[in-house]
Design a protein around this ligand. Structure first.
Ligand SMILES: [Ca+2]
Length: 394
């Protein structure tokens, strides 16, 4: 749940148009001496009964972070966004392998989350993998200092980040922790699922039942929270996410694209497209553009829209969906392979079969590798043509 999603497709052009400069006080001294921070502290005392002296001490101990401003600044040369490049960043063998491991380790918790919230296990695994590679990239920024930097030194999004700063203070109070304890992305996103503080307060759940919500240290809490977020945003169990479609021969998709990402129109009411294969449910037209390549057109149904609530980008939502599909195929293949091995071991344990085993030490390494795994776009990931993990690829 990265704030970049908000900046991404809709507002990036707007931001580029906004000529803003850093205030003279930026990156100098601590926050507490500044009038705008003092006003914020007064507001927190008035509305939430925070102790002004305690907040002043808190802000007196942190400083603006230049690296945060650098990270959030729009690129000087944004170029054209590429669906294929975006997809390739996330749907790749390392993340797929890590996802299968995460799924295996937390299969019972994932099963319980799916049972409770109706969101497929693979979608939960996909989101946590894309957000943080299963906790490997949760972010190294002090969240209080990062949010304060953006709240007070980044005028284009000051309102949003002052709200998140307020939410962090409330979250810390509710959780009985110091606001200085939280670390995460440069934009204030926290833990395995990268929830902003407002989302953590509103949607996170104590799914391991230890009495506390910890999105950074508890994979179970992260799993339950992602599932609850999607459910509460309208995930429809068992329903389609997308259908790929073609344009009609003389179809102009622009007016449909201009209608936005909310699924409000039946495919049959979209004269610009060939709706064969589409589900007769409200949808939005999605275009996935790659420079110098034919644009992909898809219908996004309600569940696609729900994925964009996590991060407001069609690229993001489609990547989550396709990564989830790739994970599901690979996971089921793993289960099938494990079943085959179990059967083989049972047979191998019999006297007859055992005598057929070669009597040398490499017998164990001769077991077959896992079969190839399909990825969402039809590409395949193959095990390397070598001995790997005790198996042999021909
Ligand atoms: Ca917990």
């Amino acid at each position: 749940m990265k704030v970049l999603g908000f900046l991404g497709q809709v507002t990036r052009g707007l931001l580029l148009a906004l000529a803003w400069t850093l205030p003279a006080t930026a990156t100098v001294g601590n926050f507490a001496s500044r009038d705008d921070v003092q006003a914020f502290i007064g507001d927190m005392k008035l509305r939430h009964d925070f102790d002004a002296a305690e907040l002043a001490a808190l802000f007196g101990g942190i400083h603006p972070l230049p690296t945060v401003l650098k990270a959030i600044a729009p690129p000087t040369d944004p170029g054209r966004r590429s669906w294929k490049a975006y997809r390739a960043r996330f749907i790749e063998s390392k993340r797929l392998k890590a996802g299968l491991g995460f799924w295996q380790r937390h299969r019972q918790t994932l099963h319980e989350a799916t049972t409770r919230y109706g969101v497929p296990e693979e979608v939960i695994v996909a989101i946590i993998g894309i957000e943080t590679l299963y906790g490997h990239n949760t972010g190294r920024f002090g969240t209080l200092a990062a949010l304060a930097t953006l709240a007070f030194d980044y005028p284009p999004r000051a309102e949003l980040f002052r709200k998140e700063l307020e939410e962090l203070l409330l979250l810390a109070r509710e959780q009985g922790r110091s606001p200085l304890d939280y670390r995460g992305s440069f934009a204030g996103a926290l833990g395995l699922p990268q929830f902003l503080p407002s989302s953590a307060r509103q949607w996170a759940v104590d799914f391991d039942g230890d009495g506390a919500i910890d999105l950074g240290a508890s994979p179970a809490d992260a799993i339950g929270s992602v599932a609850r977020f999607l459910r509460e945003h309208g995930w429809q169990t068992g329903e389609m996410v997308t259908t790929r479609i073609e344009l009609a021969a003389d179809g102009n998709p622009q007016s449909l694209l201009d209608e936005g990402i909310r699924p409000v129109r039946l495919p049959a009411d979209m004269p610009a497209i060939l709706s064969a294969g589409a589900v007769a449910k409200p949808a939005a037209l999605i275009d996935l553009v790659t420079p110098a390549t034919t644009t992909e057109y898809w219908l996004g149904y309600q569940n696609f829209y729900v994925l964009t609530r996590y991060n407001r980008s069609s690229f993001y939502a489609m990547t989550v969906h396709q990564f989830a599909e790739a994970l599901k195929v690979a996971y089921q293949q793993d289960i099938a392979d494990a079943g085959s091995r179990t059967t083989a071991q049972k047979v191998g344990g019999s006297r007859t079969a055992a005598t057929q085993q070669p009597h040398h030490s490499k017998a164990k390494a001769a077991r077959p590798c896992r079969a190839r795994r399909a990825t969402g776009g039809g590409a395949t990931h193959r095990a390397p043509r070598s001995v790997s993990g005790g198996c042999v690829r021909a």
